[in-house]
Design a binder for this molecule. Structure first.
Ligand code: NDP
Length: 610
């Protein structure tokens, strides 16, 4: 038996109280029963439905095309774009234009306004710039509307509304080597000029629908959760969907969104059918209002300390205190499987893997026991139990979801054996031999991953000599960046997002670190009057080599998971584009890079001697 602290005292099924081999076999069988050969092809983009999914929140406003010049264009008005703009403003950049497809700031929180919407990450670390704005969330887990209002408050605080362009999609970026600036083309006919461009166009922003046969024949009401129709349902994001009282409603999907929506639909609909393919893990929520005494005790710098404490905990770095103290941090060690990090590199790999697996089995046993303790009908409880390793799917948290299935007017329909809903007819959702007659179908089927912006080809970027960025990556052996932000041949262009850097579950924190780093580079470029910002080929090649060398191997883990967007629908990608030592090490690396002359690698010749 090992004497390691990780596995001490654990050896046999008897010691454990469960049989790891039996669980492994069960997980494998549950995976096999769900795998589909069509992988991602089983979905289609929601935008393929012309006209039916326009912005339901803001009237379209006509305007003349713009042909002006700004210092910086920021593509995207979600938290990434807002943080980029805010940090640039703090760095002294005067004219900043945020360009956003929606009618206002907020990104995902603009589009998603479904009943029950909350952020399931501690609000005191999720909402950015709290100290700068002098705001404090009302609840530990903020409702979507509070988050959206906060995004708008950032816009006002940093005077970003002045030059913002809403209801506008950037259709092309083209570098002008003579004037050393970008031309920004949009779907509104704009041709703006900008010295710097930052792209933060989101990772989960294009809604998707399953390509279920007959979907277009349905004669009742149909919408996606990210385009909620309150005219039809009544109520608002806090619930009260009174117009559904006499309606039979189908909700398709049981991911993090459905977990928040279903309790409201269950309460308010005449009858609710929940079509489930793979059950989510549903852990304890523990929502509570902000304690005024705690709020009074906060000292300057508190948000940074709290964010960093959380980030360390969820990426496997040992710390003595747990400031957030919720189901994310207590399950922290298991999350290493999603957030690649080599933080435990000192422990022999095999021993580490066994310790994780045992801890994982224990955690999942607890979650399955929670289902039994809440759901009265044993058959329904059985269907709601998740059989996979914890980080195979996005964890969810709710103290009301499971209980909804105790209602007589709620039916759980398991679709695992048919690989999802089989057919939709004029008036019903069909699974196996049963047609469930419904008045309304709500798709809680999620979003396409990584298709926004550059990687999808929706935003073509032409650099020096008219070179197309995506094409250069496709033909040149994959993306090439320095730290994920800058690219040779594409001067003064910065990317925010998960590519070739290190991410974590509190993605807004990651975006803030990225935005601050980019703003520091821009500030230095302006100070030195550098003509352009662009990594040397050596610096970029060295970073790509580091990404390859450090990449954590997630392939084996993900191949055993039930399919979903975490593992590319059961076909995990071979090569990770993440920095394997994790985000804490990455942030330290950036800080050292800035302090130790890294800027010299990206700042081109100066207009006058520095
Ligand atoms: P997901 O992609 O997580 O879930 C989609 C659901 O639809 C899955 O349950 C999927 O089943 C199901 N599904 C897909 N096709 C079919 C089909 N043909 N028949 C039946 N079911 C089907 O989308 P969500 O919108 O729930 O969440 C997306 C992400 O957004 C989350 O993972 C999270 O990152 C983020 N989010 C964050 C929140 C927060 O509080 N911070 C809240 C909500 C979302 P299967 O699992 O079998 O594929």
């Amino acid at each position: 038996m090992s004497t390691s602290p990780h596995t001490a005292g654990i050896s046999t099924s008897q010691d454990l109280g469960f049989d790891p081999d039996a669980l492994r076999a069960k997980y494998r069988a549950e995976r096999d029963r769900r795998i589909r050969p069509d992988g991602n092809q089983q979905y289609r983009r929601l935008t393929a439905e012309p006209g039916s999914y326009d912005d339901p929140y803001t009237e379209f406003v006509a305007r003349e095309p713009l042909h002006d010049r700004v210092d910086a264009v920021v593509v995207g008005g979600g938290f990434g774009g807002l943080l980029a703009a805010a940090r640039l403003r703090q760095a002294g950049v005067e004219s900043i234009r945020v360009i956003e497809q929606a009618g206002d700031f907020g990104g995902t929180w603009y589009w998603n306004r479904y009943p029950g919407i909350h952020c399931d990450i501690d609000a005191y670390i999720y909402l950015p710039l709290l100290e700068e704005l002098g705001r404090l969330p009302k609840w530990k887990y903020a409702p979507g509307e509070e988050i959206r209002q906060h995004a708008m408050a950032i816009g006002r605080h940093f005077d970003l509304y002045r030059d913002a362009c809403f209801q506008t999609r950037v259709s092309e970026l083209r570098w002008d080597d003579t004037d050393m600036e970008w031309t920004v083309g949009t779907d509104r006919g704009d041709r703006m000029r900008a010295r710097f461009v930052v792209i933060s166009s989101g990772t989960l922003s294009t809604p998707k629908l399953p390509a279920v046969p007959g979907i277009e024949t349905f004669k009742g009401k149909v919408f996606h959760t990210s385009r909620w129709d309150y005219d039809y349902t009544g109520g608002d994001a806090s619930g009260g969907l009174h117009k559904l009282a006499d309606k039979r409603v189908a909700v398709i999907g049981t991911g993090a969104t459905a977990i928040q929506v279903v309790p409201h639909l269950g309460r308010d609909a005449g009858h609710l059918y929940v079509f489930q393919r793979t059950p989510s893990t549903v852990d304890v929520r523990g929502q509570r209002p902000t304690d005024p005494e705690w709020a009074k005790s906060l000292r300057p710098g508190w948000q940074k300390r709290r964010r960093e404490n959380f980030l360390k905990l969820v990426t496997g770095i040992r710390v003595d205190e747990d400031l957030v103290d919720d189901a994310w941090t207590t399950s922290a060690r298991l999350q290493e499987k999603l957030i690649p990090t080599n933080a435990y590199a000192d422990v022999p790999a095999e021993e580490r893997e066994r310790a994780y697996e045992i801890a994982d089995f224990q955690k999942m046993n607890e979650l399955r026991a929670r289902v039994d303790s809440v759901v009265g009908d044993p058959e329904t409880a059985e269907k709601l139990k998740p059989w996979y390793r914890y980080m195979c799917k996005r964890p969810t948290f709710s103290d009301t979801y499971l209980d909804t299935f105790n209602r007589p007017d709620v039916t759980l329909v398991d679709t695992a054996d048919t690989h999802g809903v089989e057919r939709i007819t004029e008036g019903a959702v069909v699974v196996g031999d049963t047609a469930y007659e419904v008045d309304c179908v709500i798709f809680a089927t999620g979003f396409q991953v990584g298709v926004s912006g550059i990687l999808s080809g929706q935003l073509p970027v032409y650099g020096r000599g008219g070179v197309n960025l995506l094409q250069s990556w496709t033909t040149g052996g994959g993306p090439k960046t320095l730290h994920g932000f800058t690219m040779g041949g594409f001067p003064n262009l910065f990317l925010l997002g998960p590519l070739q850097n290190a991410s974590a579950v509190n993605f807004v924190h990651i975006l803030d670190e990225q935005a601050s780093h980019v703003a520091e580079i821009v500030a230095e470029a302006r100070k030195r009057q550098a003509r352009h910002v662009e990594p040397t080929a050596e610096a970029q090649d060295a970073w790509v080599a580091t990404i390859r060398e450090k990449a954590a191997d997630l392939h084996r883990f993900q191949a055993e998971c039930t399919p979903g967007y975490y593992n590319n629908e059961g076909m995990p990608r071979q090569r990770s584009q993440s920095y394997g030592d994790g985000p804490v090490a990455f942030h330290e690396l950036l800080s050292r890079w800035r302090a130790e002359g890294g800027m010299d690698d990206v700042l081109g010749e100066t207009e006058r001697p520095a």
